[in-house]
Structure formats: C-alpha cells, structure tokens
Design a protein around this ligand. Structure first.
Ligand SMILES: [Zn+2]
Ligand SMILES: [Zn+2]
Length: 423
C-alpha cells in the first residue's frame, strides 16, 4: 500500500507542529520508503498517553518501509516519544546528544540510553535509503543541535529544527545566512518567537545574560542560587563565566556534573576544574547507594564540597540550582543573605512545581528574579534566514502563530497536521 504511493516525489506529513510548539513529528516519504524527523512529546503531555502517538506505520510496530528516525536535538519536545518507539527502529542523532541522554538517564524519568544507528555531524551527508540527509550544527539552547537538509526523489527540503542567532554559537547562524542551503523546494521554519516577541524586538544575547548575572553576583553577600537547565550548556557557560569573573566558585550537583562531563568538550566547565565543585544532595546520595552509582560519583571526586563548606563561606559560591535542592541548602544553613535567580523560561513558573518553588523561597524571604534569554530566533533573524534560503515554499512549524507567517515571510504555505503534501 505504502509502496504504491511513491510517485517519484518526496512527500511530507507534519503530524504535530503546524499549530503548536512542542511534540514535533515530521514524516517524509520517497520511493515508498519513509523517514521521521524528530518524534517529540508535547510540552504538557505524558509519554504513556496513547493520544500523543502519531499514526506512523512502523513507529510502535515493525514495518519495513519506515527506515528510521532522525532527532535534531536533545529537547524532549523533539525526542520524547522514543520510549514508545519500536526498539529495532534505527535512531540517528548527534554523538554528544547520545552521550547527554545516557548521562541524564539515571536522574531523569523516561530518559533512555539509546545506541544511535548513525550520527549527525556538521556538514557530513548521511544516506538513509532514498534520503540524503545533511545536518548543519546550529545555535540553540540545547547542545549539539542541527538543522537538516534532506534530498530525495529530486526534491530538497530544509528543516530548521530549533535555532537562534543570539547565543554563544551565533556565528553558526550567521554562516548559514551567508551560505544557505541551495535550491530548497520546501523549508520547514520554526516560529517559536511569533506571538512572544514584537516583530522588531530582539532577545538579549548570552553575553548580555552573563553581564547581568555577574552584576547580581558581585552585589550579593551570600550564596547566589541560579535555577537553570544543566542541559542548556550555553547558559551554564554564561553562569560559569559570571561566577569566575566575580571571584567565586560554581557548585553543581551530580546530575549537572554528569551532563557537563558528557559534552566531552575541553572548553565546557567540568568538576575537574579548580573553580567548579560538586555538592551531592541527600536524594542523590541515596540514589548512588541504592543504584550502585559509585563509579559515576568517582568521576567527580576531586572537586567535592559538603554542607559545612557551604555554611562556612556561602559568599564564595554560586549554585547551579534546582527546586529539589532547596531542602539540602536549608539544612546546610547557608542561605543567610542569599539571592535567587530564575534563568530559564519564565512560563515554567506558572506550573505546580514553579509555583511551589516561588512559595518555598518566599517563606525564607527570597524573591526569584528572572534573568533569561530565549533559545529561539527573533522574528528579524528568522526573516534573514528565510530570505537567504529563499525556498519555493515555506511551511510554518513549532509555532502557535502560523497565521502570521504570510505577513512576515515570502511563499508561505500553511499546512495542517496530518496532511500529506509534496515537497
Ligand atoms: Zn529545542
Ligand atoms: Zn522545540
């Protein structure tokens, strides 16, 4: 049945993403064979909810015409359905993404250690059946993130994945604008910032975030708690640099230490550095004991500190913080004169956990100040990229505001979820 559909053109079906941010799933078909680009979980969904599984033959049951799944980056809204995928389905992703997911697996529910069938490398073509896939490393709040150019049956599709032009790797974005993929028939362009940012507004750069963090650290007498995702490596680097330039030491927990180690990159802060130390909260000490993770802890033994170290000189430290660490810090008696900063998407503060954290901090007299910048491109940057690529058709994805695309971009074709169309 599927084989008969192949009529010499590449066809595309966005299962989820034409009308929403999160849970992106894109299916391509050429010569009767198919490939998935991303397979994400919607932001507020549970992976065991059957309603989130798209109707893709071969995703949950073996079906030879589905050749595999290419994951652009390690955000759950792009890979979160992996636990539901058939275990024999080949998965392609960046090497560092594979390592980071493996490092996160002991600490984060529903994260699995996956052995990739092949790896995405910047500029290196990958052949998967009739699909020639060329990844381009991009600037995003996830490490090791790619945009994809896919050629099949004489058609060329460019999928932006998630990207931005104002992070620590902004030169990647500028290089893509200067030397865009050529002869693109269809461009799937993310539009996360539409509806969140004015047309002519810009987001702060990571350098600006670093400067603002440094100002707050320098004017604090006590410990500075910065709530950020350890997997937002750009942000961890900004926090580390602001910490170091303030003459302080960065404290990370075992989860964050493991994520940083998994980057295997010499320029990214590690607990082997003199100004980065490990603090193991009670729940992680229990986990280490119960799950036999002493070999994991051992990787970070040189830079360990303990509650009494935090209490002795809290003003020496900046803590890469999560709400689950607050009880340990209270017990350590190190919060006099503390400052708390929220350095991730402010929307998370509206959910139960976010509200709980704000309330728990208020109880001990701490406000939570937001210092953050987006992982997604401003509208002006998206326009520059779209003009450079100049596709025959531009299809909105990863957006709540597809209806606004036609006034901002040329050649826009708004598609519906589940609809097959020719690239
Ligand atoms: Zn992302
Ligand atoms: Zn995303």
């Amino acid at each position: 049945m599927l084989r008969q559909r192949g009529n010499g053109r590449m066809r595309v079906r966005v299962h989820r993403g034409t009308q929403q941010i999160g849970g992106t799933v894109i299916e391509l078909e050429a010569s009767g064979q198919r490939l998935l680009l991303d397979c994400g979980l919607p932001l507020d969904a549970e992976v065991d909810d059957a309603a989130v599984i798209p109707a893709v033959p071969g995703l949950t049951e073996p079906e030879a015409s589905l050749l595999g799944m290419v994951l652009t980056h390690g955000h759950r809204d792009h890979w979160g359905l992996l636990p539901r995928a058939h275990p024999a389905l080949p998965i392609y992703m960046g090497r560092a993404t594979e390592r980071i997911l493996a490092a996160a697996a002991p600490f984060v529910p529903d994260v699995q250690t996956i052995k990739a069938a092949g790896y995405l490398c910047d500029g290196q073509g990958l052949t998967i059946g009739p699909f020639a896939v060329t990844p381009s490393l991009v600037d995003h709040s996830a490490y090791d993130a790619y945009a994809l150019t896919v050629e099949a049956s004489g058609r060329r599709l460019f999928y932006s994945g998630d990207l931005r032009g104002h992070g620590r790797k902004s030169q990647l974005f500028e290089a893509m604008v200067a030397r865009p993929p050529q002869r693109i028939d269809a461009m799937l362009l993310e539009g996360s910032s539409l509806g969140r940012l004015g047309q002519y507004d810009r987001f702060p750069t990571e350098d600006e975030i670093e400067a603002r963090l440094m100002e707050r650290i320098r004017t604090s007498s006590g410990i500075v708690l910065i709530a950020a995702s350890a997997q937002n490596i750009d942000r961890v680097v900004s926090i580390y640099r602001a910490t170091k330039r303030s003459g302080r030491t960065l404290v990370v927990d075992l989860y964050a230490a493991e994520i940083l180690r998994a980057t295997e990159r010499a320029t990214i802060p590690q607990t082997t550095w003199p100004d980065v130390v490990l603090f193991t909260p009670q729940h992680q000490r229990v986990k280490i004991k119960n799950e036999g993770l002493f070999h994991v802890l051992d990787q970070h033994r040189n830079g360990r500190i303990f509650p009494e170290d935090l209490a002795a000189a809290p003003g020496r430290f900046v803590f890469l913080f999560r709400g689950s660490l607050l009880a340990d810090l209270k017990r350590a008696n190190c919060l006099a004169g503390a400052r708390a900063i929220w350095s991730q998407w402010a929307g998370y503060l509206n959910d139960e956990r976010g509200k709980g954290l704000v309330a728990a901090l208020a109880e001990i007299g701490l406000d939570l100040e937001v210092i953050h910048t987006s992982g997604h491109a401003s509208i002006a940057d998206l326009q520059r990229l779209a003009r450079a690529v100049a596709p025959r058709s531009l299809v909105p994805i990863h957006t709540y505001d597809a209806a606004r695309f036609p006034e901002l971009f040329d050649n826009v074709v708004v598609r519906r979820d589940g609809e097959w169309w020719e690239a």
